[in-house]
Design a protein around this ligand. Structure first.
Ligand code: MRU
Length: 334
């Protein structure tokens, strides 16, 4: 895996040799972004299979059950994690000839999940790029690019596709406190592709929206409820509020695997609260920015109510309101 904690300063690969290594990589955000977490978890279970010394199928299946539960607990909000593990489980449960046969099938399924993610993202990128006009300035939150998926990305994939189609796009990159996925990862990716950007402090988005400098707001999603409420990186809700108040369209871009139609509204989405260190560890000129011992609240995600969203961009098409009717309809039509 690319170590996303140290980009853009260093580009290093972390090697995971066991499923416990994968769990650590997901929890400490070596790998992050909903679809990337899903693919990583699938490879994690394949690794649990490869590492197992089990000689018979019942023993292997029982070890895989434990490993899957451990992987599932590594991060709570991105639904792709559970989706990928569920898909791996169907392979575990299917009839097969031997323990070694099952191990091979698990690896093949993980590879298939990764390959499908790239194709899905390309469809989403084409759908989303059709909404972007030549000359648009877009505010983007968090990191939703190739790093957050297997390739291309969600919201950033649409921007990349529009750029590749020859449209002039300019991106205002929310720095995305506290982990700074925007200034560290999105800015790095945009630089790789030669797309013009400027990093802005999260709190500056309202200023640019109010001035009329911005034509669109785009972000991804970590879990989407059946009514179109979107859980995404903390700060997405405030950004959508400011955009809505200024008449700027807001698009959430996500693959169908990020929708959780079992949840009626966003109120049911589990929101991860992360360690205080992520906030207290921020330094300025090498000095901590907070008093020692300060108390912290650090929710990693918030829920943007569907009323604030103009449309949802998926691999199956662009979904317009009313989302409670159109989202299940679009996602269930195969
Ligand atoms: O906590 P992270 O960095 O895993 O959060 C990721 C995001 O919020 C992204 O915007 C997201 O997963 C959606 S699109 C890939």
């Amino acid at each position: 895996m690319i170590d996303q904690r140290i980009l853009p300063g260093r580009f290093e690969i972390v090697v995971c040799r066991t499923h416990q290594d994968v769990i650590a990589a997901i929890s400490n955000m070596t790998v992050r972004g909903a679809p990337a977490i899903g693919a990583a978890a699938a490879f994690g279970l394949a690794l649990a299979g490869c590492c197992s010394m089990a000689k018979n199928l019942p023993t292997l299946r029982s070890e895989l059950k434990t490993a899957s539960a451990e992987l599932f607990a590594s991060r709570p909000t991105a639904v792709n994690l559970g989706w990928a593990l569920q898909r791996m489980q169907t392979v575990v449960d299917a009839p097969c000839a031997s323990a070694s046969d099952l191990k091979e099938k698990l690896l093949a399924e993980a590879k298939q999940i990764a390959e499908e993610d790239v194709a899905t993202n390309l469809r989403m990128a084409n759908n989303g790029a059709s909404l972007i006009n030549d000359g648009d300035t877009i505010i983007h939150h968090c990191n939703t690019g190739a790093l957050a998926t297997v390739d291309w990305g969600t919201a950033l994939g649409c921007i990349r596709m529009a750029h590749q189609q020859g449209k002039l796009v300019h991106v205002l990159v929310d720095e995305t406190r506290p982990r700074l996925q925007g200034s560290r990862l999105t800015a790095w990716e945009l630089g790789q592709w030669g797309i013009p950007y400027e990093i802005i402090p999260d709190g500056a988005a309202g200023y640019f929206l109010h001035r009329g400098d911005v034509q669109k707001v785009m972000f991804g999603a970590d879990r989407v409820a059946a009514n179109g409420d979107v859980a995404n990186k903390i700060g997405s809700y405030m950004l959508a509020l400011a955009a809505h108040a200024n008449g700027v369209p807001v698009y959430s871009v996500f693959p169908s695997t990020t929708a959780d139609l079992s949840l009626a509204t966003g109120a049911e989405i589990p929101i991860e609260e992360r360690d205080a260190d992520e906030v207290l560890g921020i330094t300025f000129h090498g000095e901590p920015v907070s008093p020692q011992g300060a108390k912290v609240r650090n929710p990693a995600f918030d829920v943007t109510p569907h009323e604030l969203l103009t449309a949802l961009v998926t691999d199956r098409g662009i979904v317009e309101p009313p989302f409670d009717i159109n989202l299940p309809r679009v996602l269930r039509a195969v």
